[in-house]
Design a protein around this ligand. Structure first.
Ligand code: ADP
Ligand code: MG
Length: 239
């Protein structure tokens, strides 16, 4: 069986005002279905860029990235957006919640994009908010929520449409230890029981033990893939 994610010789540079910043310098990696895979490394080493390419949000310059056997680079923008909508849930570092909508309406968005009725989407969104411990805040706006609560809304939005792949940028950084642990238990459950693949960028050493494998990145490259965080040749640092 092909792994859930296969990246081969993946490269990406940013071009801004005559400056070229290499962000990925040849990434080779494969991640299995049902695996909880973490990515660690210093700020600026390319973690967000890599998960954005994997999630089909960003185009690479070279190499290939296959998701469940499908080469995203071969798709046009519409096809890729559709594929992503069905198969990928993304938790952004900055949450990206829409302030004028309630929590439940924010969580309902992926379902609405897939054609669900409003009533059905909002009812599933409420159930998902219950699962992340935020049922009581379904009708609140993001501005009325703490950072940790907003993060849980963003996580509920990434899970609500049952995507095969969930990609998260620092999902527990704004959460206290107990809530962070609860969120990781939920992710763990999703990976094991839903046969979902999770790719999680983190600096949070307290959650390393939830990972099946941890990859350490530096300067646009994967330096090491470890099964046990104790084997990582690094000091965990801050963003
Ligand atoms: N939109 C962008 N435009 C220009 N450079 C960028 C952009 N996003 C990221 N970079 C640069 O690419 C490199 C990798 O960034 P990023 O993937 O965000 O790293 P990380 O998530 O590990 O902190 C850094 O040098 C960063 O400054
Ligand atoms: Mg980042």
């Amino acid at each position: 069986m092909e792994p859930a994610i296969v990246c081969r010789a993946l490269t990406k540079s940013y071009h801004t005002g005559g400056t070229i910043t290499p962000a990925l310098r040849g990434i080779d990696i494969s991640i299995n279905a049902g695996e909880l895979f973490m990515l660690v490394g210093p700020s600026g080493c390319g973690k967000t860029t890599l998960i954005s390419v994997i999630a089909g949000i960003l185009d690479s310059d070279g190499g290939e990235c296959r998701l469940f056997g499908t080469n995203l680079q071969g798709m046009d923008d519409n096809e890729r957006t559709l594929y992503r909508g069905r198969n990928v849930g993304f938790v952004f570092q900055s949450y990206n919640l829409i302030p004028s909508l309630t929590s439940a309406e924010n969580v309902a968005i992926p379902l609405l994009l897939l054609g669900a009725t409003r009533a059905d989407a909002v009812s599933k969104a409420r159930a998902m908010l219950e699962r992340v411990g935020l049922g009581a805040k379904s009708e609140a706006n993001p501005t009325q929520l703490s950072g940790g609560q907003q993060q849980r809304v963003a996580i509920a939005r990434a899970l609500v449409h049952n995507p095969k792949l969930i990609v998260c940028d620092e999902p527990t950084s704004a959460l206290d230890h107990t809530t962070g642990g609860e969120i990781m238990e939920l992710f763990r459950h999703e990976a094991l029981n839903g046969n979902r693949t999770l790719v999680i960028v983190t600096h949070d050493a307290r959650i390393f033990h939830y990972a099946d494998r941890i990859a350490r990145m530096d300067d646009g490259r994967i330096m090491q893939v470890a099964q046990d965080s104790a084997d990582l040749q690094m000091e965990p640092t801050h963003t």
